[in-house]
Design a binder for this molecule. Structure first.
Ligand SMILES: [Fe+2]
Length: 301
């Protein structure tokens, strides 16, 4: 299980100002105020220099998922494993690594053509994170220093067996559990964990998605953080993809809001932390203990 965490996301946006407004004024993330030659904007959740890079583009969607390795040796070992089996690994330049505030990174496509940026050695930002909306904290660490990443993302994986095999064999995630959501004709979601107690850092959804990501999740510390955020989302006119609910597997109590451009953001609290040493993967046929009533855009009109 060499991969440490899902560290950052690069998001393409047709309106970066709207995304930043949503990120800061609704989600309560902090504008990292990083100058960028290409005009990208950056959002902070904690002492990492950014967790979301919002890049101007003529389409909306996920560009890449940054996955963190604990050392240069673990990172190189992962790259060797990929190239040894014929996967194309592209090394990032020094300038590109600096832009991501990492020591080094390399890019690889997973079997569904999702772009992964594998990195090690992130530089931190010691200016304290302050939420502009007063979110008490985002849950990104354990035991004070261990990185749990920004949260999780769910990536499309139409050939879910090939994708799962790729992440298990090469990326270094472990299988946490499998969900067959009710009413979806046997469609499968595999939840994968990294080497931190978060129940899943990446999940693989057994179908395609036009935005390159099914949803992303950020976890705040308290129910009040979630409730106040949902109030702000409602006031700002955000579309609610799902009402408040609690998932069976990661115990996340969350709601889903659409960001400008359409990416679904799961905003939750109370996610379970797991000791992987004694864990056995499970299978679920229910997604929720309660709530999470879905309302896909256009379906209610
Ligand atoms: Fe989720």
């Amino acid at each position: 299980m060499p991969v440490s965490a899902a560290g950052y996301l690069r998001i393409a946006s047709t309106d970066t100002s709207a995304w930043m407004d949503f990120g800061t004024k609704v989600l309560g993330l902090m504008d990292a105020q990083i100058e960028d030659g290409a005009g990208a904007r950056f959002l902070r959740m904690d002492d990492h220099p950014f967790r979301f890079m919002i890049e101007a583009n003529d389409t909306d969607g996920l560009i890449a998922t940054g996955l963190e390795y604990p050392s240069e040796a673990a990172w190189k070992n992962t790259l060797d494993g990929l190239t040894g089996e014929g996967h194309t690994v592209t090394m990032g330049s020094v300038e590109e690594a600096q832009r991501r505030c990492v020591s080094a990174f390399a890019t690889v496509q997973d079997p569904a053509d999702n772009t992964l940026e594998l990195y090690w050695g992130r530089k931190l930002d010691y200016v304290p994170m302050t939420s502009p909306t007063g979110v008490s904290a985002f849950v990104t660490t354990y035991q004070q220093a261990g990185d749990m990443g920004f949260g999780h993302c769910v990536l499309p994986a139409p050939d879910i067996e090939a994708s799962t095999d790729f992440y298990l064999r090469f990326i270094g995630t472990g299988l946490t559990d499998t969900l067959y959501p009710p009413g979806m004709g046997g469609l499968k979601i595999n939840f994968m964990h990294a080497n931190n107690p978060r129940q899943h850092s990446v999940a693989l959804f057994g179908g395609p998605h036009p935005l390159g990501v099914v949803h992303i999740m950020v976890e705040a510390q308290t129910l009040d953080d979630v409730g106040a955020t949902l109030d702000r989302a409602k006031k700002s006119g955000s579309h609610f993809l799902a009402t408040l609910g609690r998932h069976v597997n990661d115990n996340m109590c969350s709601a889903y809001i659409l960001a400008p451009g359409g990416i679904a953001v799961e905003y939750g609290y109370d996610g379970v932390l797991i000791d992987w040493e004694n864990y056995v993967p499970t299978v679920s046929v229910e997604g929720d203990l309660w709530g999470h009533e879905y309302n896909f855009p256009g379906m209610d009109e």
